[in-house]
Design a protein around this ligand. Structure first.
Ligand SMILES: Cc1cc2nc3c(=O)[nH]c(=O)nc-3n(C[C@H](O)[C@H](O)[C@H](O)COP(=O)(O)OP(=O)(O)OC[C@H]3O[C@@H](n4cnc5c(N)ncnc54)[C@H](O)[C@@H]3O)c2cc1C
Length: 1059
C-alpha cells in the first residue's frame, strides 16, 4: 500500500508541501536571508494596518451588519461621529478604556439605527483571530521588500484591548519599526506620528512610501513629502507598489497549474462548504489551482476572500482500504499541534464524499521558507549550523510527544517497527522488481539478520528531512513540519537516520538533493555522526552504536520506493521523465545502502550453528577405497553430510559434500571429466607445447572443449552475483565455484577446456558487469561460446605497474575516434591466434584526480598499429599458444563506442574486474598444491634411499604434515573470501580477498617446492607437472599484483577497521 501511495503521490515531491514553498521560491538570487543590503531610491515602506494589512473595520462592519440585521452603515457612522474628538479617535489615542468606548459606541449606534446594537459582538469579531488576519498578498510583499534590503514599518491607528495589550494582530518581526497610536497618544493624520515613524526608521520623508486606505491620512503624509499609495484593494495596491519599487512583490503560487480536467472538483459545492465552515471574510471568487505533482493524492491551492488554504483529497476511483489515508494525516497533525509540535494548522476533515467526490481535509496556508538545497547556499556557517540544530530539536520534540496525552497511543502498532518495515519494503520491492539488483538481494538477506532491538516507541514521521520543514524566514526556527503521510508509531531512530540521507547523496541527485562531497565543517553543517550525537544529547539517551544499520535500512527503503516509481513508469502509470530515471537510481541507492551494511558488519558467522561443524579431511589415498589418479584424489572420510538445504548462499560450505545436490553433482561430474579426459591427455598436450606448432591451439583442447560444453561443464566461473539470472553462466556462487575451480587447477590445461581460464574470465565478467548491449553482442558472445579469446593490457615496462595509477599509455580523442599510444608487456594470451579482443587500460585525462585518469577501451586485435614485439618467458616457459607478449600500440584508432562505461572509469572497472577473477587463481593454486602433495606422497612411498622408503624419513614426514596444514589453512581462507564475496559483495570482502592473494601463491610455492625436493632432480624435469606448477605459482606472486601490495592492503584495512 505504502509504496503505491508514495509513488502515485510522487512521494519525493509532495504537492501539498509545494503549496508551502511559495515563499521559498520568492527569494531572489543573490539575496541573503538575515542580512539586508541597501537598494533603490526608496528605503522603506510604511503600512497602515486596518484596511491595508488586515481587513478594515468598515468592511468587517458591513458583513456583520448584514448578518445581524443592523441597518447598513450604522457602525461607520458611529465610528466617525465627533471627528478627532469622538469616542473612536480618543479610543485610538489610548484615552479611553475598551469598556468606556463600547458603552459610548453602543449608545451612538443605537441612536443612529434606532434599535439596540450588540456592539460587543462586533468588537469581538473585529478583534478575532479569524478576521484580524494579515492579507497573504501583503505578507508576501513585505518579505520581498525586506529581501531587497528595504525597511518596513507599520504605522497604525489602533487601540488597547481589555487585557491592556495593544491590538496589533501582526507578526512584529516583519517590521523594523512599529508605531501604534494607542501607545503614542497621537493618531494619524497628526503629522507628528509620521515624523515619529520616520525618525525611528532614520529616514527622510522622500525615502519612504506610505500605504493607507483613508484619504486624510494619505494627504497628511503627502504634505510631509512621503510618497503615498491609496489602498482600496490590497492586490491592486501591491501592484502599484511593485511598479514604484521596480521589483516583483507577488510571485504567485509555484508548482501550480490550472486544475486538470480529470482532477476537477465541483467548485460551487466547495465554495458553499468553505463559506459555511469559515463564516466571514469569504467574499469574492474562489481561486483554485492544482499542484502539478501528486497525481494520486490531488492537492489544491485555494484562495477565498481573505483565506489561503490547502486542500488535500483522496484520488477518485476504487482504492485499497488503507491507501491515501488523509484521515490519518489530519488526525496526527491535529494531535501534534496540541502537543506543541509545529505543524500546519488543520482546519477540517470532511469524510463526506458527497461534497467534492472524496474525503478531504483542509489546512491553512503557512508562509515560511523551505530549504530545498541541504547545502544551504547563501547562508553563513553559523546560520547553517543553527538550521540543522533546529531540525534536530524539532525531531526530538516529535519523538518526545506523550502518546497517551496526545491521544495517539493507538496510532500504530507498538514494537517491531523495523522488522515490519523491512518486510513491507521487501515485499514492495519484489512486487516492483524488474531485474535483479545484487545489492538489493544482499540487503534483503542482511537486514533481517541484523535487526536492532527497538528501544522506544514514539510517533515517527517517516519522511523527515530538511525540505519537509518550513522555517521562519528570519531565524532558525521550524514553523511547521510537513508531509505526515508516512507517519505512524515506530522506532524513532529510523527518523534520525532518514534525516541524514542527504549527507550521503550528491548535490546532483535528481530526487533527493544531498551534500556529499561538500566540506561540511567549512559549511558549518554537522556531520551525520554529529547529528546523531546531538540527537542523543537532546533526548538524553546513550550514543547509538548501530546507526549504520539505520542508515542502510533508510537507503534500502528509498531504493524500494524508487523501484516502485520506475515500475509504474514502465507500465505507463507514472509518466514523468524522472520516474523513468528512477530505475537507475535504485541501483545507486541500494549500493549506498550496502555500504552502510558493510560498515555495520556481519553476523553471518556468528549465526552459524557451532554444534554441527562441516568438517572434511583430505587423506590422500587414505579413504576406505583409495583410488589412484594423477591428481591424488581427495577422499572424504569424515564429516557429516550437510543437508542440501544448508548449502544455500548464506552458508559457508567447507566440504564439497556439503554443496547442494546439483552443485555436488556438477563437482563430481567435473572430477570424472578430469580423470577420463584431461589427465590422460596431459602428456600429449605437453608435447604440443614443445612442438613447432605450439603457437596454434591444440586440436585436442578444441575437442575437449566441445565435450565439456556438451556436458554442461562450461562457463562455470561467472558468479551468480554478477549474473543473477544465469543468462551467461552456470549460476554458481563464488564459494561453490571455489570447490570446482580447485579441481580445474589440478591440471594446467584444464581451465581452458571448461572456458574458465584467465584472462578471459576476468574480461567476460567485465563485459557482463559493465558492457553495453552492443559490446556484449560483439565480444561477450564469442568469448562465452569459446570461439574467441582475449587479453588484458595494463602493465608497462617503463613504470612500476603494481601501482596502476603509474601507467602512461594514452587514449586521446581524435576525429570522433579514440587513438591510443602505449608500450605494454606481460600481456597474457595476446599471441593466441584466436585472441580477438584486447581490453586496454590507458589514460584519457592525466589532469583528472588520480583514480579518474584511466579508462578502459575494447580494442579489436585486428586494429592496425598493434605490434607484438616479442613473447616473454616465465622461467623459460612460453605458455604457448597464448603466451605473454610485449606489445606496442602505435596510433591505434578505436571507435568511441568501444569505451567501457565512460572516460575516467577505468580504475573503478579494474577493481570490479579483478575481484573474482583474481581469487580464481587462488582457488586453482589449492589444486596445484593438492596435486603436488599427492604426487609427493606417491613418490616417497615407492622411492627407497639409505635402506628405507623416503616416507620413513622424519624430514619427509614433517614436510608432508606441513604441506597438509598449509593447504588446509589456505583453502579455508579461500572459501571464506569466496563466501564473503557472495554474501557481502566484493567490496566488503576486500580484506579477505587481499589476505588470500597474499597467502595462496607463497603457500603453493612452498608445497610444490617440498614435492620437488622429494622427487629429486626429476622434480625439475618436464616429466612431472611440478616444475611448471612451481613456475606459475611463483609468477602468481606478481601476476595478481606483488605480494607486498596485498600485504599493504591487509595492513591498511586492519589498521582502519579493527581497533
Ligand atoms: C605470468 C604473468 C602474467 C601476467 N599477465 C598480465 C596481463 O595479462 N596483463 C597485464 O597487464 N599484466 C600482466 N602481468 C603483469 C603483472 O600484473 C605485473 O607484473 C604486476 O602488476 C607488478 O608490476 P611490475 O612488474 O611493474 O612490478 P613493479 O611495480 O615494478 O614492482 C616491483 C616490486 O616492487 C615491490 N613493491 C611494489 N609495490 C610495493 C609496495 N606497495 N610495498 C612494498 N613493495 C612493493 C615488489 O617487490 C614488487 O615485486 C603478468 C605478470 C606475470 C608474471
Amino acid at each position: 500500500m505504502c509504496i503505491r501511495r508514495l509513488s502515485q503521490a510522487s512521494y519525493l515531491q509532495k504537492a501539498w508541501r509545494a503549496v508551502l514553498l511559495r515563499h521559498t521560491c520568492s527569494r531572489q538570487p543573490g539575496t541573503q536571508r538575515w542580512t539586508h543590503s541597501a537598494g533603490g531610491s526608496y528605503r522603506a515602506v510604511i503600512f497602515d494596518m486596518g484596511g491595508v494589512l488586515i481587513p478594515s473595520p468598515g468592511r468587517v462592519a458591513a458583513e456583520w451588519e448584514l448578518r445581524n440585521h443592523v441597518p447598513s452603515g450604522t457602525i461607520l457612522k458611529a465610528l466617525s461621529e465627533g471627528g478627532e474628538h469622538g469616542p473612536w479617535m480618543s479610543f485610538m489615542r489610548g484615552e479611553r478604556t475598551t469598556e468606556d468606548f463600547l458603552q459610548e459606541f453602543g449608545r451612538l449606534c443605537s441612536e443612529i439605527s434606532k434599535t439596540s446594537v450588540p456592539v460587543d459582538s462586533f468588537f469581538s469579531l473585529l478583534t478575532s483571530e479569524q478576521v484580524a488576519k494579515q492579507f497573504p498578498v501583503m505578507t508576501e510583499a513585505i518579505s520581498q521588500i525586506r529581501a531587497k534590503g528595504l525597511k518596513t514599518a507599520v504605522l497604525s491607528n489602533n487601540f488597547c484591548l481589555p487585557s491592556g495589550k495593544s491590538f496589533l494582530p501582526l507578526d512584529r518581526k516583519q517590521f523594523d519599526v512599529v508605531v501604534e497610536s494607542c501607545l503614542e497618544g497621537i493618531c494619524k493624520p497628526d503629522p507628528r506620528i509620521y515624523q515619529l515613524c520616520l525618525a525611528r526608521l532614520g529616514l527622510q520623508p522622500s525615502e519612504s512610501v506610505f500605504l493607507d486606505d483613508l484619504g486624510q491620512n494619505l494627504k497628511a503624509a503627502a504634505n510631509l513629502g512621503i510618497h503615498t499609495i491609496k489602498v482600496d484593494d490590497p492586490e491592486a495596491a501591491v501592484k502599484e507598489l511593485e511598479t514604484l519599487l521596480g521589483f516583483p512583490l507577488h510571485v504567485g503560487v509555484p508548482n501550480t497549474c490550472p486544475v486538470r480536467k480529470s482532477m476537477e472538483i465541483p467548485k460551487d459545492a466547495l465554495q458553499k462548504y468553505l463559506k459555511d465552515l469559515l463564516g466571514t471574510q469569504t467574499a469574492g471568487p474562489l481561486e483554485l489551482l492544482q499542484f502539478d505533482h501528486g497525481q494520486s493524492n490531488p492537492t489544491y491551492y485555494i484562495r477565498l476572500g481573505n483565506h489561503q488554504l490547502v486542500l488535500r483529497k483522496k484520488p477518485p476511483g476504487t482504492l485499497l482500504p488503507s491507501a491515501h489515508a488523509v484521515e490519518r494525516e489530519f488526525r496526527v497533525m491535529k494531535a501534534l499541534a496540541s502537543a506543541g509540535v509545529p505543524v500546519p494548522n488543520v482546519l477540517d476533515l470532511c469524510e463526506d464524499s458527497s461534497v467534492i467526490g472524496t474525503p478531504f481535509y483542509l489546512m491553512e496556508y503557512c508562509p515560511g521558507l523551505i530549504y530545498k538545497d541541504p547545502s544551504l547556499p547563501g547562508l553563513e556557517p553559523s546560520q547553517r549550523r543553527a538550521i540543522y540544530t533546529a531540525m534536530n530539536r524539532v525531531l526530538c520534540k516529535i519523538h518526545s510527544v506523550d502518546l497517551h496525552t496526545a491521544g495517539l497511543a493507538d496510532y500504530g502498532k507498538r514494537g517491531d517497527y523495523i522488522p515490519r518495515q523491512v518486510k513491507t519494503w521487501t515485499k514492495q520491492y519484489r512486487a516492483a522488481e524488474t531485474s535483479t539488483i545484487p545489492a538489493m538481494e544482499r540487503l534483503i538477506q542482511w537486514l533481517p539478520l541484523h535487526l536492532p532491538r527497538q528501544q522506544r516507541t514514539t510517533v515517527v514521521h517517516g519522511d523527515f528531512r530538511l525540505d519537509n520543514l518550513l522555517f521562519h524566514p528570519e531565524k532558525a526556527e521550524v514553523l511547521a513540519v510537513l508531509d505526515w503521510e508516512l507517519s505512524t508509531l515506530g522506532d524513532p531512530l529510523a527518523d534520525v537516520a532518514y534525516s541524514c540521507l542527504a549527507h550521503y547523496l550528491p548535490g546532483s541527485f535528481p530526487m533527493l538533493r544531498g551534500v556529499s562531497g561538500h566540506d561540511l565543517t567549512q559549511l558549518g553543517i554537522p556531520t551525520a555522526e554529529e547529528y546523531f550525537s546531538t540527537y542523543c544529547l537532546h533526548m538524553g539517551i546513550p550514543p547509538i552504536e548501530n546507526w549504520n544499520f539505520y542508515m542502510a535500512f533508510s537507503f534500502f527503503r528509498v531504493a524500494a520506493i524508487l523501484q516502485g516509481v520506475y515500475k509504474r513508469s514502465l507500465t505507463g502509470q507514472a509518466s514523468s521523465a524522472m520516474a523513468a530515471q528512477s530505475g537507475k537510481l535504485t541501483e545507486f541507492i541500494s549500493n549506498l545502502a550496502w555500504e552502510f551494511a558493510i560498515k555495520e558488519g556481519f553476523r553471518v558467522f556468528k549465526e552459524m550453528p557451532a554444534a554441527k561443524p562441516l568438517t572434511r579431511s583430505y587423506h590422500m589415498w587414505a579413504g576406505p577405497q583409495p583410488r589412484l589418479s594423477p591428481t591424488g584424489t581427495r577422499g572424504y572420510s569424515s564429516g557429516p553430510e550437510a543437508s542440501p538445504a544448508r548449502a544455500s548462499k548464506g552458508t559457508l560450505v567447507i566440504s564439497p559434500e556439503g554443496l547442494s545436490p546439483p552443485v555436488r553433482e556438477l563437482y563430481h561430474q567435473l572430477r570424472r571429466f578430469m580423470e577420463q579426459h584431461v589427465y590422460p591427455l596431459e602428456p600429449e598436450l605437453q608435447r604440443h607445447q614443445a612442438s613447432e606448432g605450439r603457437w596454434s591451439p591444440s586440436p585436442l583442447i578444441e575437442d575437449l572443449k566441445e565435450k565439456a560444453k556438451a556436458e554442461g561443464l562450461w562457463n562455470l566461473f561467472l558468479p551468480l552475483e554478477a549474473d543473477p539470472e544465469k543468462k551467461y553462466g552456470a549460476g554458481l556462487t563464488n564459494m561453490e565455484y571455489a570447490h570446482l575451480c580447485e579441481v580445474m587447477g589440478m591440471s594446467l590445461y584444464a581451465p581452458e577446456v571448461f572456458n574458465c581460464s584467465a584472462p578471459d574470465t576476468g574480461n567476460m565478467e567485465l563485459l557482463v558487469r559493465y558492457g553495453s548491449e552492443e559490446q556484449k553482442a560483439r565480444w561477450l558472445t564469442p568469448l562465452l561460446e569459446g570461439r574467441a579469446r582475449s587479453c588484458f593490457a595494463m602493465t608497462e615496462p617503463q613504470v612500476a605497474s603494481s601501482d596502476a595509477t603509474n601507467i602512461e599509455a594514452s587514449i586521446r580523442e581524435e576525429d570522433g575516434f579514440y587513438v591510443i599510444h602505449g608500450h605494454k608487456w606481460w600481456i597474457s594470451g595476446i599471441l593466441d591466434p584466436r585472441c580477438q579482443l584486447c581490453v586496454f587500460m590507458g589514460k584519457t585525462d592525466p589532469q583528472a584526480p588520480r583514480h579518474q585518469q584511466q579508462s578502459m577501451l575494447l580494442v579489436p586485435m585486428d586494429t592496425p598499429g598493434i605490434k607484438v614485439v616479442r613473447p616473454l618467458t616465465v622461467y623459460g616457459l612460453e605458455d604457448a599458444p597464448g603466451g605473454h607478449g610485449e606489445v606496442r600500440f602505435e596510433h591505434v584508432r578505436v571507435p568511441k563506442e568501444n569505451m567501457v562505461l565512460g572516460p575516467g572509469r577505468g580504475f573503478e572497472i579494474a577493481q570490479g574486474r579483478l575481484g573474482p577473477g583474481r581469487i580464481h587463481h587462488c582457488m586453482r593454486l589449492i589444486g596445484f598444491s593438492e596435486r603436488a602433495l599427492a604426487l609427493m606422497k606417491a613418490r616417497v612411498k615407492s622411492r627407497v634411499a639409505f635402506g628405507k622408503p623416503l616416507v620413513e624419513q622424519g624430514t619427509v614426514l614433517a614436510d608432508i604434515a606441513q604441506s597438509r596444514v598449509e593447504i588446509e589453512q589456505t583453502r579455508l581462507l579461500v572459501l571464506k573470501a569466496a563466501h564473503l564475496m557472495d554474501v557481502v559483495g566484493n567490496k566488503a570482502a576486500a580484506l579477505d580477498i587481499a589476505m588470500i592473494k597474499m597467502v595462496a601463491p607463497s603457500m603453493a610455492c612452498r608445497v610444490i617446492d617440498r614435492a620437488i625436493q622429494a622427487f629429486g632432480a626429476a622434480g625439475l624435469s618436464g616429466d612431472y607437472p611440478l616444475a611448471q606448477f612451481f613456475a606459475w605459482a611463483r609468477a602468481l606472486r606478481f601476476a595478481d599484483g606483488p605480494d607486498e601490495v596485498h600485504r599493504a592492503t591487509v595492513a591498511k584495512l586492519e589498521l582502519k577497521h579493527r581497533t
